[in-house]
Ligand binder design. Structure first.
Ligand SMILES: [Zn+2]
Length: 274
């Protein structure tokens, strides 16, 4: 499964006029704002979204000295502007330049997941479905705490945990076990209050019923299962992830509230009732 939250932006800049400012925005998520004070350049980041995002800012400079260790890894709260770096000009009489690389993932890189959190099974109350692939399954879950619930196409999908919807995709129509389709699955991402993200994948075409920015409760309908993207048959892939210090992602071994076994990790080959 590919994560679509990671984006790279590049910019090369020459010297700007003293007292001038400059700003550039990316993917409707972040703006980088640059202020030239004469003997230094101040770099700010401004979030355009309502939720917390962790960014990585790396820079290459000529005749400038950054005041922080790079790359800078920083969590920025929703709709906040925050100072990132001061670039001090070493030799005022000479020209200077810098460029930066910016990437980000949703949530907080310092997020701590409480393993005891009770998740709801992601389907209708009273229903019972089998787990196909479980944690670290050898088909496509190696190294990941991910779960495939064997939901037939069109099965209502319900939020396993409450939070804020931060990204949805429902435009894709095809699905099969073809690596070319890894980035062509429909999905929903929900940011939880602890900074982790619930990731629900393979919704059917136009099968997402929530929008980014919307708050949902555990158990609420979020869409309809399907078979889009890199998928061997209809199912719902679910995992909970958070950013790491180096902006890759780690997943967590979540537990579900089940009718037959109480609070439990779910296992491949078994049915579970919500
Ligand atoms: Zn899966």
């Amino acid at each position: 499964m590919l994560y679509s939250g990671l984006l790279i932006a590049l910019l090369a800049m020459g010297p700007v006029t003293t007292g001038s400012s400059y700003s550039e925005c990316y993917e409707n998520t972040f703006c980088v704002e640059v202020e030239d004070t004469g003997n230094s350049v101040e770099i700010y980041v401004r979030s355009m979204v309502d939720w917390e995002v962790t960014l990585s800012l790396d820079m290459q400079t000529a005749n400038m000295r950054p005041d922080v260790a790079l790359p800078l890894i920083q969590s920025v709260a929703g709709k906040q502007r925050s100072h990132a770096v001061t670039l001090k000009v070493r030799d005022i009489g000479r020209s200077w330049s810098f460029r930066y690389d910016l990437s980000w993932v949703p949530g907080d890189h310092k997020a701590q997941h409480n393993e005891g959190t009770a998740y709801e099974l992601p389907f209708e109350k009273g229903e019972s479905y089998m787990v196909g692939q479980g944690f670290h399954g050898q088909e496509t879950h190696e190294g990941k705490y991910a779960i495939d619930f064997q939901l037939p196409e069109g099965t209502p999908v319900h939020a396993a945990r409450g939070g804020m919807v931060i990204e949805t995709v429902e435009r894709f129509e095809e699905g099969r076990l073809d690596p070319a389709l890894k980035s062509r699955a429909n999905f929903v991402k929900i940011l939880h209050e602890d900074g982790t993200v619930g990731y629900y994948v393979h919704f059917r075409f136009q099968g997402v019923e929530v929008e980014a920015g919307e708050r949902v409760q555990a158990g609420e309908l979020i869409g309809y299962s399907g078979n889009t993207g890199y998928s061997s048959g209809p199912h719902l892939h679910f995992e909970v992830f958070a950013a790491t210090e180096d902006l890759s992602l780690r997943t967590f071994p979540v537990q579900f509230r089940t009718a037959e076994r109480g609070l439990t990790h779910v296992t491949s080959g078994l049915f579970y009732t919500r």
